[in-house]
Ligand binder design. Structure first.
Ligand code: SAM
Length: 246
């Protein structure tokens, strides 16, 4: 029997140390059209889900905020608007193409957030530092979700909160329509808009192998978060999990 550790990359099982590169290839490929695709695929709903995340963040003037896997910067931009300042906001991502696009997009709007390219599994920040950490549609792509959650816990100050916005398990009666949309419509849309059907097939597959609402709650609790609660959005297409560090 092989002693090599494997993990999911969508429906494929891959050797653990290959996943990060496979994920990087996906986001290198889609970065330029990522925002357009988000609006098209969700009919603009991702904006409401992100607004709900900000509403649950509890941030106020002076709060230190870390957006992990922040990509093209939607949450960082929304935090800057809410706080009226960008000084204490960090936009981070492992992927240079996504992060560069996010940084340019924010700087073009005069929003001078701090930017760092880093792996969520090894965050370059001190212990007990941030008031709020967010990760939107990023956790699913990480090889070791437990390590990433533990890192987010480490950098939060006591009393701080983590918000995880992620695709989740849809309400059962909606599942057949959702499957059709995910596996037939989205990859075709991906092909038309980004010339990359495979990356959008990975999107649909990665959602199916991601922990459901209760399983993610358990992962967060095992990483040390307390009072973990989740909100189902769009009948569970997406869930926002919130947990506190005490
Ligand atoms: N948060 C943004 C949003 O909601 O629009 C971007 C989400 S995008 C679907 C997922 C992001 O996760 C990509 O930018 C990808 O590079 C990033 N990512 C994947 N694995 C990561 C890791 N180990 N550490 C940090 N970022 C990661």
């Amino acid at each position: 029997m092989s002693d090599r550790h494997t993990t999911h990359f969508g429906f494929q099982e891959v050797v653990e140390n290959e996943k990060a590169q496979r994920v990087a290839d996906v986001f290198d490929s889609v970065a330029q059209r990522y925002d357009l695709m988000n609006d098209l695929m969700s009919g603009g709903l991702h904006r409401l889900w992100k607004a709900f995340t900000i509403a649950k963040s509890g941030v106020r003037q002076g709060s230190r905020v870390l957006d992990v896997a922040g990509g093209t910067g939607d949450l960082a931009l929304a935090f800057a608007k809410k706080l009226g300042s960008s000084e204490q906001i960090w936009l981070t991502d492992i992927n240079n193409a996504m992060l560069t696009r996010g940084r340019d997009r924010l700087y073009d709007r005069g929003c001078m957030v701090r930017v760092a390219q880093c792996d969520a599994e090894k965050l370059p920040f001190p212990n007990d530092y941030f008031d709020c950490v967010t990760v939107a549609f990023g956790l699913r792509n990480m090889t070791h979700k437990d390590l990433a959650l533990a890192e987010m816990q480490r950098v939060l100050r006591p009393g701080g909160r983590l918000l995880v916005l992620e695709f989740s398990q849809v309400w059962k009666p909606l599942a057949p329509a959702y499957d059709f949309y995910s596996f037939k419509v989205i990859p075709r849309l991906g092909q038309m808009i980004t010339d990359d059907e495979a990356s959008y097939r990975y999107l649909a597959e990665s959602i199916r192998v991601h922990p459901d609402q209760e399983a993610l709650k358990g992962l967060m609790e095992r990483a040390g978060f307390e009072r973990v609660h989740y909100f189902n959005l769009a009948l569970g297409v997406v869930a926002l999990h919130r947990g506190f560090k005490f």
